[in-house]
Design a protein around this ligand. Structure first.
Ligand code: ROI
Length: 168
């Protein structure tokens, strides 16, 4: 049975906008999977260590026949093929792909927790998610707009593509 799955994308190294575009293409090319929607790209201040570049973030919606664990493996392969090397905990990365929601399912295994544990407090996830899925209720956490209203501050702005001509 196919499921609708929200994926969070983030990058703050090696041309972040190119990293996100490549990852979206790779997601769209996964077997038994369709890319249904993607948010704009957003520039965001790093959560975690501040001595790293700003991030670019987005959220997309897939429809897939892949199981959650098969999808997780596929995301890890995309991260590897884009050269992700883990430098430090909560540090900079070329590309980070997280399963945020997998249908309405709650999944708790050693490899995977869905809904993503930290999404309720992450402005860089909630704002793009609200763009493509207004009114979405995150199981166990609440409505996306309510979660946004509960953030003390947000450090996320839509990224304007015309700024990027010289970095493309
Ligand atoms: N901060 C922002 N703004 N965006 C991210 O994608 C991101 N990813 C992370 C940590 C390091 C927690 N901070 C982030 O993994």
């Amino acid at each position: 049975m196919s499921e609708r799955v929200y994926i969070g994308l983030g990058s703050n190294l090696d041309h972040p906008e190119r990293q996100l575009s490549e990852a979206l293409q790779a997601l769209a090319a996964l077997p038994a999977t369709r890319l249904l929607q993607q948010s704009h790209f957003y520039a965001s201040k790093p959560q975690g260590p501040q001595d790293q570049p700003d991030f670019m973030n987005a959220v997309c919606l897939l429809e897939t026949d892949l199981s959650a664990h098969a999808l997780l493996q596929a995301l890890q392969q995309i991260e590897q093929s884009q050269g992700r090397v883990k430098k430090r905990h909560w540090g900079e990365r070329c590309i980070d792909l997280d399963i945020l929601l997998y249908g309405d399912q709650s999944i708790q295994t050693p490899e995977l927790t869905v809904p993503h544990k930290e999404m309720a407090t992450r402005d860089f996830v909630l704002l793009p998610l609200a763009e493509i899925s207004p009114g979405r209720v995150i199981p166990g956490m609440g409505r996306v707009e309510t979660l946004i209203a509960q953030l003390e501050q947000t450090f996320v702005v839509p990224w304007v593509a015309s700024n990027s001509n010289h970095t493309a």
